[in-house]
Design a protein around this ligand. Structure first.
Ligand code: NAD
Ligand code: TYD
Length: 361
């Protein structure tokens, strides 16, 4: 039995679906169901007794302690977080609450549980904390990619809160000996990603003939990884990672944002003829830049490749093609997610006039 937190979100639901497709080991899924958590992501598991869903907060020490005693998991995989940079700029409180205070409370409960174990149950236990490459800050065009030794220099309230949680995890290893593992992964994309992040937002907007808003000059670089490759890496780290260590995970897929959006437009042109849009790239719209926008992220994944024999299987083109296919096949999921909260966020963040007033290039 393992305990996964944040398992109704994007990466968490992909992780659980893959886990139960491959293994006969039950998963307790603790998720608060914020705007980003969606049980529809796990609809395929509705009759699966190996998936036990519990609605709750990682910061609820009493609940987490009770679950640990009841289910005696051999590992905890912490994916619960507030995860969107733009929301961390307009509303940072939830990020501090969940990513820092919540992780602290979770560590307290897990450490107490772990200290009570004996023998192989204690020796084999792992706490895997899923983090981001954004804790390392921004690179310029010529700097080498992030290794695990790169200093932490977060720029946004999101990345600062994730950096804080990573430090706490390391402190519980150093101070109490808790067998922790940290992964710092680059930008993910794939099925079930909430359409506030770049790739799903662009796909969903393009399908309804809306503007594709690109911040600033669109020349910022991200290192893209298909979520399924991330999940494989997480299983590998859990299986063979060394307690106390950090592993960077990335796809060697550095792309500028404008390249990403142009790739999506070109693929949609082939995959989805539309009465509304004759040329998807005409929807591209340059908008005001994000404050403190990091210019470039790039991951040096040699440690996980060499020590744990992991490598990604998807290229960017194959992964994006599959992702567009998934969104086209799951338009009901898209419609259901576009709730009042979602529409309110889009209007608050991009402004009511985005589809009327901005120059189309
Ligand atoms: P997400 O926003 O899609 O999902 C987060 C999930 O956590 C949601 O289901 C939400 O309901 C749940 N949650 C939030 N606060 C909670 C709380 N206090 N208690 C319990 N559950 C809570 O995020 P994601 O993209 O799936 O990211 C998962 C993890 O991976 C995060 O820690 C994120 O920092 C990290 N990460 C994400 C990416 C990426 O590109 N998406 C890349 C690297 C690392
Ligand atoms: P995002 O998906 O929010 O991930 P992160 O900020 O964590 O890297 O954004 C990816 C890149 O795309 C980032 O450089 C910001 C940019 N971006 C846009 O240009 N327009 C958008 O509407 C969004 C959401 C992001």
């Amino acid at each position: 039995m393992i305990l996964v937190t944040g398992g109704a979100g994007f990466i968490g639901s992909n992780f659980i679906l893959e886990w139960l497709a491959q293994l006969d080991e039950a998963v307790v899924n603790l998720d608060k169901l914020t705007y980003a958590g969606n049980l529809q992501n796990l609809a395929l598991l509705s009759d699966n007794a190996y998936h036990i869903f519990v609605r709750g907060d990682i910061g609820d020490n009493e609940l987490v302690s009770k679950l640990l005693i009841q289910y005696q998991p051999r590992a905890v995989i912490n994916l619960a977080a507030e995860s969107h940079v733009d929301r961390s700029i307009s509303g940072p409180g939830a990020f501090i609450h969940t990513n820092i205070v919540g992780t602290f409370q979770l560590l307290e409960a897990v450490n107490t549980y772990w200290q009570s174990l004996h023998g192989t149950q204690k020796g084999d236990f792992r706490f895997l904390h899923v983090s981001t490459d954004e804790v390392y800050g921004s690179l310029n065009q010529h700097e080498a990619a992030f290794t695990e030794k790169h200093r932490y220099q977060p720029s946004s309230p999101y990345s600062a809160s994730k950096a804080g949680s990573d430090h706490l995890v390391n402190a519980y290893h150093r101070t109490h000996g808790l067998p922790t593992l940290i992964t710092n992964c680059s930008n993910n994309y794939g099925p079930y990603q909430f359409p506030e992040k770049l790739i799903p937002l662009m796909i969903v907007n393009a399908l309804s003939g809306k503007s594709l808003p690109i911040y600033g000059d669109g020349m910022q670089i991200r290192d893209w990884l298909h979520v399924s490759d991330h999940c494989t890496a997480l299983r590998r780290v859990l299986e063979a990672g060394k307690p106390g260590e950090t592993y960077n995970i990335g796809g060697r897929n550095e792309k500028t944002n404008i390249e990403v959006v142009q790739t999506i437009c070109a693929l949609l042109q082939k995959l989805h003829e539309s009465d509304k849009v004759s040329d998807y790239s005409k929807l591209i719209t340059f908008v005001k830049d994000r404050p403190g926008h990091d210019r470039r992220y790039a991951i040096d994944a040699r440690k996980i490749e060499c020590e744990l024999d992991w490598e990604p299987t998807e290229t960017f083109e194959s992964g994006v093609r599959k992702t567009i296919g998934w969104y086209l096949d799951n338009l009901n999921w898209v419609t259901d997610i576009q709730t009042g909260e979602y529409r309110q966020w889009i209007e608050q963040h991009y402004g009511p006039d985005i589809d009327e007033n901005i120059t189309v290039r």
